[in-house]
Design a protein around this ligand. Sequence first.
Ligand SMILES: [Zn+2]
Length: 309
Amino acid sequence: MVGFFIVWVFIANDKIQDMNENDQLHQFFFENTPVRGNLTHLKSTYQLALEHQDLPLVIKKALGELMAASVLLTSTLKMDGAMVLQIQTKGQLKLLVVECDSELQIRATAKWDGDIAEAANFLDLIKEGHCIITLDTKDNTPYQGIVPIEGESIAVMLENYMLRSQQIDTKLWLSCDGHSAAGLLLQKLPEEVGQDVDTWNRVTTLADTVTDKELQTESAEQLLTKLFHEEDVRLFEKKLTRFHCKCSHERVSNMLKTLGEDEVNSILAEQKKIEINCDFCNKQYRFDAVDTATLFADKAVLKNNKSVH
Ligand SMILES: [Zn+2]
């Protein structure tokens, strides 16, 4: 009995360790320079976010790269809210969407038409599309930036976005093999007096040597030491990432309210009940005639009061 208990504790700790090693963000900067960086590894976060979705591999990999990018970019902002990264096209692939909030809680999904071949080229799928970044903060009205897709990879596309829309020099290295995702970001902030201005060119050239395998498998300490062993890098305390879908009965109810009572009643007349599945986590929300009557009851009271006065 004691032996069993010890084994169980060992496995449990091992699992927690595995999750922590893989689902985290490391922030760092190069001492006395205007250059900072972020590094992330997503495993459980990535797998749990997509486990209820039947996605072609090319889309699964693209969503992984976007998820890593969303963690890296969200962490460069001092905000309380969420960043939504979207790629929208008029072609077969309609939409890729990834949302990451300031607590590094992430969700992701995609929409497309017909069958997408396993060997499909991602760049062909997003031709003539747009990249849309929305910052939904708690204090301010949402900010949205839209730019045409430019570049030969998601990383280059987002670098162009950051330069065109935010005027910030940003370099990204993203990797996803369909099981886990990883990413590295370097960003150049405005220089201060006495800072080494050559660092940017030097460290981005060094980071360009990183391989997908190194990015995916090496710990933050190993990778930063390997890439920048002659630089003075200061690494901050890591932060954990996790999958979290913020869908709720209340949000779906509000969506039905915006559809309007007549529309909801006509769906009910046809189908007897309304079933809505969350695109992100596949959770199902069901409403019958009694539920929808309750939804619109507040409005009815309001109407009655109006007629009285
Ligand atoms: Zn959901």
